[in-house]
Design a protein around this ligand. Structure first.
Ligand SMILES: NC(=O)c1ccc[n+]([C@@H]2O[C@H](COP(=O)([O-])OP(=O)(O)OC[C@H]3O[C@@H](n4cnc5c(N)ncnc54)[C@H](O)[C@@H]3O)[C@@H](O)[C@H]2O)c1
Length: 294
């Protein structure tokens, strides 16, 4: 079973015992037009599906053509080959929304690549440049061209980017990954200042240890035969305050849906942390909450 399918199953088991909330919820994005970069799989794939379930017309922009085309077909959306590090690719993906439906309401700037660890003293600068090109430049391209289209459209819009908890806490990602994800916070804040004038909201999500291909690859770079289930268990036990609960791609998708919809209409310049509480507390000190023996 692939990671996405496995994730979906676990998420349903844990959270959705009383029925499928996607079907129960009122549709929140009727006739909205969205572009999701990195939408072929993982967090972007789950978000593309959820936005479509809520009535949005979705364009998936990714370098994984086969997966992306199949997912786009399944949600009545479109797929466009797009390497976010190439500005003209991102511009073309945004333009496709205008050609297709005459407007752009939502951009989920999610495409990104991971990195393996290693010492700052031996940092491979070619690798750093690669991460900067995709994780930072890709997001800059997205905000720049989505903002242009949204300003011209005159109806505001919502731009959401994928940062990471590595942006707010040391020790959660490699040096290169960390610096790229922190840059997204700065650009989110600065562009929200300018774009608020046009009713365009700019926010980012900070997921933590979400079971996707990226996370599995990262774990396997340390131990090749790690199974997906072992990784899920390790993260569930050590990676959140909600013991036994590992972050799912659907958890991030729900947060993006909120930021994309009018339910978050007064929220901009915000970084929404999705980490099961991990970065807000020290799990090493929980003994102080135990009842004292008299
Ligand atoms: N999984 C986690 O634990 C986690 C935690 C924090 C942040 N994030 C961030 O969330 C985002 C999605 O990650 P994921 O976990 O779903 O990983 P993933 O590897 O499953 O998905 C990433 C997607 O981005 C696409 N992509 C990569 N490079 C691209 C490029 N140059 N142009 C266009 N598309 C490209 C991939 O093809 C893939 O579809 C990333 O930005 C990642 O850094 C993930």
């Amino acid at each position: 079973m692939d990671v996405l399918a496995h994730n979906s199953l676990k998420s349903m088991e844990l959270d959705h015992k009383d029925g499928d909330p996607y079907k129960l919820a009122t549709k929140r994005l009727i006739n909205k037009v969205a572009v999701v970069t990195g939408g072929s799989r993982g967090i972007g794939g789950a978000t593309a599906k959820l936005l479509a379930e809520h009535g949005a017309h979705v364009i998936i922009a990714d370098v994984l053509d086969e997966l992306g085309t199949s997912l786009a077909n399944s949600i009545n959306g479109l797929f466009v080959h797009c390497d976010v590090s190439v500005e003209s690719d991102v511009e073309a993906a945004i333009q496709l929304a205008i050609t297709w439906k005459g407007k752009l309401d939502i951009l989920f700037n999610n495409a990104g690549i991971g990195d393996i660890g290693g010492s700052i003293t031996t940092l491979d600068m070619k690798r750093v440049s690669k991460l900067v090109e995709v994780n930072i430049n890709g997001v800059v391209h997205g905000i720049k061209h989505a903002a242009r289209a949204m300003i011209l459209g005159g109806n505001g819009g919502s731009i959401i980017s994928s940062s990471s908890t590595a942006a707010i806490m040391g020790g959660l990602g490699s040096h290169a990954y960390t610096l790229t994800k922190e840059a997204i916070l700065g650009l989110t804040r600065s562009s929200s200042c300018e774009l608020g004038t046009y009713g365009i909201r700019v926010n980012c999500v900070l997921p933590h240890a979400v079971l996707s291909d990226m996370l599995v690859d990262a774990y396997r770079s340390f131990k090749q035969d790690f199974t997906t289930e072992e990784i899920r268990q390790t993260v569930s036990e050590n990676g959140s305050l909600l013991r036994g609960r590992c972050g799912m791609v659907e958890d991030v998708a729900e947060a993006v849906l909120f930021l994309a919809s009018e339910q978050s209409g007064f929220i901009t310049g915000h970084n929404l942390v999705i980490d099961g509480g991990y970065t807000s507390s020290s799990i090493n000190m929980t003994f102080i909450y135990r009842e004292k023996k008299s």
